[in-house]
Design a protein around this ligand. Structure first.
Ligand code: SF4
Ligand code: SF4
Ligand code: SF4
Length: 348
């Protein structure tokens, strides 16, 4: 059903949006910047960080959780709201480790960016600091929970997008923390969606440290080679080595990946990777040229076909090949060898 439209003014711009649109969404659709740390466009509203405060008819309201109402007058950048936002960032930083020099997230950290924007060199408020001595022993995700600002994005993405619910908030007040059940090591699908939405350096890939942050990184958009889904990935390359894989939110997979696509890229630079064909002779593999290998395979195919017929040969193809490669493979089996004995690992 078509939604009723409501009209408001945002920073003196007349805006009309469908009923139910939040102030944050309405402003961002106009290109008006409102900072937010817990808000994420693909997750349900949390309304926890309070950074997205705006002024509505003189009153500060949380813009991510407040729908536009008919006739509202909204100001997103008054000195009043800017001062409130600055205080909130200041408070968030009061128990945050000032670790940017060595933090994996520096240069790509939403909290660091807001501290920069509001020029908070040292927090005015200082008090207790969190300290978690036991490191999570999981193989993929570094969880530096001292840097957690308790925005809840990771909890929501794990529940609402991945459907795993491997982490949640535990304890209360200052002791509040995000952790797996019983504070054991993270044991989940390791999709890394939580890493991708974390606004700080609390969650990063273990293998990313200290291979490189933002300086001198070449980003290359490509397609994940692992299966037929064709998820879009971005390779972060430093000194001719892939040091990190991310995925952009405007791709067909919406930035979400599986554990293989996100964390299993090391094979590309592995010294154990096969670069030349091998033929087993006298029980040992020997490196040979491509011409030698192809001649050998062609000769053996011919021998088997002549002796037992084409149906003595079968081909098993791979989901890691491209569509074009798989097409050529079946064409080769059917037209050159003469058999329909062909299958594909993705069918299992
Ligand atoms: S999480 Fe952000 S603000 Fe905190 S130390 Fe890392 S880069 Fe700095
Ligand atoms: S890696 Fe995936 S499954 Fe594991 S906690 Fe993060 S979002 Fe949940
Ligand atoms: S770990 Fe990151 S995403 Fe999760 S609550 Fe903390 S800051 Fe937010």
């Amino acid at each position: 059903m078509k939604k009723r439209m409501v009209r408001c003014r945002i920073n003196d711009i007349k805006v009309e949006v469908p009923e139910g649109t939040t102030i944050l969404e309405a402003a961002r659709a106009q290109g008006i910047y409102i900072p937010a740390l817990c808000y994420h466009p693909k997750l349900s509203v949390t309304g926890a960080c309070r950074v997205c405060l705006v002024e509505v008819d003189g009153v500060a309201v949380v813009s991510c959780a407040t729908p536009v109402e008919e006739g509202m007058t909204i100001i997103t950048n008054s000195p009043y709201v800017e001062e409130l936002r600055r205080d909130i960032i200041d408070l968030i930083l009061s128990d945050h480790p000032y670790d940017c020099m060595v933090c994996q997230k520096a240069g790509d950290c939403e909290l660091q960016e807001l501290a920069y924007f509001y020029q908070i060199r040292y927090p005015r408020f200082s008090g207790r600091k969190r300290s978690y001595k036991t490191k999570d022993g999981n193989p993929f995700i570094e969880r530096e929970m001292e840097k957690c600002i308790q925005c809840g994005r990771c909890v929501k993405v794990c529940d609402e997008i991945q459907g795993v619910c491997a982490i949640d908030f535990a304890y209360k007040g200052f002791e509040l923390k995000v952790c797996p059940p019983f504070e054991k090591d993270l044991d989940c699908e390791f999709c890394g969606q939580c890493v991708s939405v974390c606004p700080t350096g609390a969650l990063v890939g273990k293998d990313w440290i200290p291979k490189g942050r933002q300086m001198n990184i070449k980003q290359v958009d490509t397609v994940c080679p692992y299966c037929g889904c064709g998820c879009n990935i971005t390779l972060h390359v430093s000194r001719n080595e892939i040091i990190r894989v991310t995925s952009k939110p405007d791709t067909l997979n919406e930035g979400w990946l599986c554990v293989k696509g996100r964390f299993a890229y090391q094979f590309v630079s592995s010294p154990e990777r096969l670069k030349k064909p091998l033929i087993k002779r006298n029980g040992r593999f020997e490196e040979v040229s491509w011409d030698t290998a192809l001649d050998f395979v062609a000769q053996r195919f011919k021998e088997i076909k002549d002796k037992y017929g084409p149906d003595a040969i079968a081909g098993l193809s791979s989901a890691r090949c491209t569509n074009e490669e798989n097409y050529l493979f079946q064409k080769f089996l059917r037209a050159a060898i003469g058999t329909n004995n062909i299958d594909h690992c993705a069918r299992y």
